[in-house]
Design a protein around this ligand. Structure first.
Ligand code: NAG
Ligand code: NAG
Ligand code: NAG
Length: 219
């Protein structure tokens, strides 16, 4: 029982230390190997930017590299052709879309490829075209990082929240355990009492044993 309290408390803490960071296609942290075309409110029709993060998408026929410290990564992109998405050289996903398919699913950019929970650490994400006629439309990505130096102040609140949440859960579980124990004690006492009374008062069927309401038991 006590061990599960600790696990609950730790779960609250672990969740609180994870944080998502969004990186837009225009970020200097994103490296493009080839020429790019930036599709934004001045270069593209509004139709093309529906549902797009920060109203910009970068088109390229080269690869896209992003180095980060964290764990899971979610890539929001669309493609005409085929591309693979790799973390540290291991493929975590990919897309293969024909021009006809891309036209048919009008306005549904971006697609989402969710990375698995990569172990926390330094990673290199590479989005690579698989044919030389592939066009990648990169919108943004979200990566998950554990508590970092740059965002301490915002995380303190989350940790405090996590700890308080953990304490509430613990106290709740403690009360539930005490209540169950109390009920068991009452039940056992009633059984004992009625067993004794059965022995003594068997010939007097009019005698009624009163139910114990648990008053006077230790809480
Ligand atoms: C991070 O973002 C992804 C994708 O939107 C989401 O599934 C995940 O729950 C988020 N994690 C945190 C810790 O906010
Ligand atoms: C949105 O785009 C503008 C202009 O490209 C950029 O300066 C800004 O940092 C972007 N916002 C986010 C949240 O990435
Ligand atoms: C993409 O899918 C088509 C069939 O839909 C297949 O012929 C082609 O080989 C695939 N391309 C890659 C690079 O996987």
């Amino acid at each position: 029982m006590q061990r599960s309290f600790i696990v609950l408390l730790l779960l609250g803490l672990v969740r609180a230390t994870l944080q998502n960071f969004t990186v837009d296609d225009t970020s200097p942290d994103i490296q493009y190997s080839e020429q790019t075309f930036q599709c934004n409110t001045t270069t593209c029709p509004d139709e093309a930017l529906k549902g797009v993060f920060n109203s910009s998408v970068t088109l390229t026929n080269g690869s896209i590299t992003f180095v980060y410290a964290g764990s899971a990564v979610h890539v929001f992109l669309d493609v005409i052709g085929a591309c693979s998405i790799n973390v540290d050289g291991i493929e975590i996903g990919g897309l293969n879309v024909t021009l006809a398919e891309a036209i048919a699913k009008e306005g549904s950019l971006p697609d989402i490829v969710a990375g698995p929970n990569v172990a926390n650490g330094h990673h290199t994400l590479v989005i690579a075209p698989l044919t030389n006629r592939t066009i990648i439309a990169f919108d943004h990505l979200i990566y998950t990082a554990t508590l970092g130096g740059a965002t301490k102040s915002t995380n303190v609140g989350a940790i405090v929240g996590g700890v308080i949440g953990g304490i509430v859960l613990t106290v709740g579980a403690l009360f539930a355990a005490l209540y169950a124990r109390r009920r068991k004690l009452i039940l056992r006492r009633n059984q004992r009492k009625s067993a004794v009374l059965r022995g003594i008062t068997a010939p007097r069927p009019d005698y009624k044993v009163g139910a114990d309401d648990g008053a006077g038991l230790p809480t």
